[in-house]
Ligand binder design. Structure first.
Ligand code: SAM
Length: 250
């Protein structure tokens, strides 16, 4: 066990699935829009909620701007294809992407899965308020490592936004197998997350760190080639965006 803050009470549960669900359900109940924000910002929220939200909106706006530079051409090429977002969280990315889809009259179908019931409710409300829910017909509960109802090679693209580093080893490995299975040849996979030397989340739980590097992703995705990662700052943390292309003709 490492020293440091005690595990969140909801973490004292049996298996990863229950752990992850409880953790994320609790986080969105407690922090609402900042549920998926980095810890530093949630600390600011405790003393100055308005300031924390201002920073969050600005930072997430910048992150999405950079992201869309990379995702835009992929989406334009999708035509009437299918895109999946795994771990949509509080739905900020989903919302911004759907706005682009509507503005540009893109015809691809967008679906999202997340392990947390509360995140699902939250994001549904956000999208409903903005009249965007109808553009994401399949927003549902699901586990990154077990997307059984999604057919092999049926997705043009999959997006993992700040979720990979939350997946415990076996979950991460299985989840990447699912990515490999469901993306069609010629399709793409976009990952953005902090690639750190330590992972405070797993340390808090007394688990050995899950340290992942870009090469780990490359090793697990032998049928893909990747572009050079792009570095972007989000709430003073260094994030990398990696775009993988699945080999073969779509
Ligand atoms: C940091 S949030 C990411 C939010 C969003 N993608 C973004 O970039 O703003 C991580 C999300 O991953 C979800 N999650 C964690 N483990 C998961 C799993 N094994 N399968 C599916 N979703 C999971 C959590 O419920 C949470 O909503």
């Amino acid at each position: 066990m490492t020293n440091g803050p005690k595990p969140h009470p909801s973490m004292v549960v049996r298996d990863y699935l229950a752990q992850a669900r409880e953790y994320w359900d609790e986080r969105v109940k407690t922090f609402q829009r900042l549920a998926c924000a980095p810890t530093k910002l949630r600390e600011v929220y405790k003393t100055d909620p308005a300031k924390a939200l201002r920073i969050f909106d600005k930072e997430i706006g910048r992150l999405h701007e950079v992201l869309f530079d990379f995702i835009w051409p992929l989406l334009e090429d999708c035509n009437s294809g299918k895109v999946l977002e795994t771990g949509f969280g509080t739905g900020e990315f989903t919302r911004d992407l759907l706005k682009l889809k509507v503005q540009n009259r893109w015809s691809f179908t967008y679906a999202g899965v997340d392990i947390s019931d509360e995140m699902l409710k939250f994001t549904r409300e956000v999208l409903m308020r903005e009249h965007l829910l109808k553009f994401v017909p399949r927003l549902r509960l699901g586990r990154a490592s077990s997307l059984t109802e999604i057919r092999d090679k049926s997705k043009n693209g999959v997006i993992w936004g700040r979720i990979g580093f939350w997946l415990w080893n076996e979950e991460w490995i299985k989840a990447l197998k699912e990515v490999n299975r469901i993306i069609m040849p010629g399709g793409w996979f976009v990952v953005y997350e902090p690639f750190r030397d330590t992972n405070p989340h797993w340390e808090r739980l007394g688990k050995k760190n899950t340290v992942r590097y870009v090469q780990d992703y490359r090793d697990r995705l032998p049928n893909f080639t990747s572009e050079e990662p792009i570095e972007v700052k989000f709430c003073k943390e260094s994030y990398l965006i990696i775009v993988f292309h699945k080999n073969g003709m779509g």
